[in-house]
Design a binder for this molecule. Structure first.
Ligand code: HEM
Ligand code: HEM
Length: 236
């Protein structure tokens, strides 16, 4: 076996920062009193993470690209048939089924972050886009903010369950590669996978530019788009 770099550093950072952010969002909304301002800030950060990942899925290295892991129904079905096969060849990037899990998780967090921009704590704080929407839209956003989180919790439990299943049942350890970036593959992997696998580096320069673009998008949504409140709102 030879270790190959599969998960670039930005994808790994994205993953573990996303995990911390979702935990922090739960804690600031459900467990702590008076933490809604933090919930907003971390929500903006989470939105930035998702915008980054969407761009990274287009411009990033091989295994981060959506085109590499989002497969059609034929490939997903063929993979599902081998699901309980303990000796199936490990997927190098996301497997065809896991790829769709990734898409669903990213989409749910995006819905969560966007709907949050229209929320209110009913006391002091309004999300930055709240004043731009009518009541019926606000009510949909409120429903979405609750519903997508509940759905996300189930999907995350399945996701963590799948990592445990792969580790114990299929003897494929997926978590260490999400930390170190490296996966053990057969020496002559071209023979098994049809071509050489792995990436040579994480393309950090490109990642920094994309992170700045993502931050700029969040700035526009939070600071530029909302109409400034009339002065009267502050004084009376
Ligand atoms: C809030 C909780 C979590 C969320 C929202 C989440 C979300 C994601 C996403 C979006 C990806 C795709 C990464 C990418 O390509 O950008 C991913 C991959 C992965 N996650 Fe998580 N994750 C969570 C928790 C965890 C935990 C606790 C573990 C460890 C047990 C874990 C293990 C993994 C692994 C191993 C992969 C790579 C799967 C593969 O090899 O195809 N995740 N996760
Ligand atoms: C993607 C990140 C986010 C996650 C995971 C998240 C999660 C949650 C959760 C679990 C709740 C509690 C819902 C309930 O009581 O059933 C909540 C409430 C809330 N969220 Fe978020 N949220 C996110 C982003 C945002 C953003 C960006 C904003 C605003 C800018 C926001 C504003 C609010 C508000 C105002 C509440 C109600 C708090 C209260 O009533 O005390 N959220 N969020």
């Amino acid at each position: 076996m030879k270790k190959r770099l599969i998960w670039d550093l930005p994808t790994r950072l994205f993953h573990w920062l996303l995990v911390l952010s979702i935990l922090a969002q739960y804690v600031t909304a459900e467990l702590l009193d008076d933490a809604v301002q933090w919930h907003f800030y971390i929500g903006y950060f989470t939105l930035g993470l998702i915008i980054f990942r969407l761009l990274w899925g287009i411009f990033g290295p091989r295994y981060a690209k959506f085109s590499q892991f989002v497969k059609g129904p034929g490939a997903v079905f063929a993979y599902v048939k081998t699901f309980f096969d303990r000796d199936s060849l490990p997927s190098v990037g996301h497997n065809p089924l896991g790829g769709w899990f990734v898409v669903v998780m990213i989409a749910l967090v995006l819905v969560q972050a966007v709907s949050g921009l229209f929320m209110t704590d009913d006391i002091f704080l309004d999300g930055p886009l709240r004043s731009m929407a009518k009541d019926d839209v606000l009510s949909i956003m409120n429903t979405l903010h609750h519903l997508s989180f509940d759905t996300l919790v189930y999907v995350i439990m399945l996701h963590i369950g799948a990592s445990v299943f792969y580790g114990f049942y299929k003897r494929q350890k997926l978590v260490p590669p999400m930390i170190s970036g490296k996966k053990p593959l057969p020496e002559d992997e071209a023979q098994y996978y049809g071509e050489a696998q792995g990436i040579t580096h994480s393309q950090l320069g490109k990642a920094i530019i994309i992170a700045l673009v993502a931050a700029a998008c969040v700035y526009v949504v939070v600071e530029v788009l909302p109409p400034s409140a009339p002065a009267a709102q502050y004084y009376y």
